[in-house]
Design a protein around this ligand. Sequence first.
Ligand SMILES: [Zn+2]
Length: 113
Amino acid sequence: MKDVLRDIAKERMVILYDMALKAVRSGDKDLARRYVELLVDIAGKSRTRPPKSIRRGYCRRCYIPLIPGLTARYRIVSEGKGSRLVVTCLECGWRRRFMIKSRRRSGRDSRAR
Ligand SMILES: [Zn+2]
């Protein structure tokens, strides 16, 4: 039965996130933040982790949904083995790095450039 509740929670999170994105696009950032806060609240109460796309899609500090070019800057920084995605929140300057798993091509290091 818990699974059903989690499904509902997830569904709501997706809907809220979608609404948050729309709110940002229409310029209402406060409203967008409220949706994200609600979403986080649902996640906490239902003890359900939001889908990955959502977890990475908002600022943990100011709760703004991160939209490339609008509220966030996405940069890919390559570092030896793999590369990192650096996300900067344009609202509060918060930064987050994500490792991008480099797909194993050939074991050899093909350093183009
Ligand atoms: Zn922020």
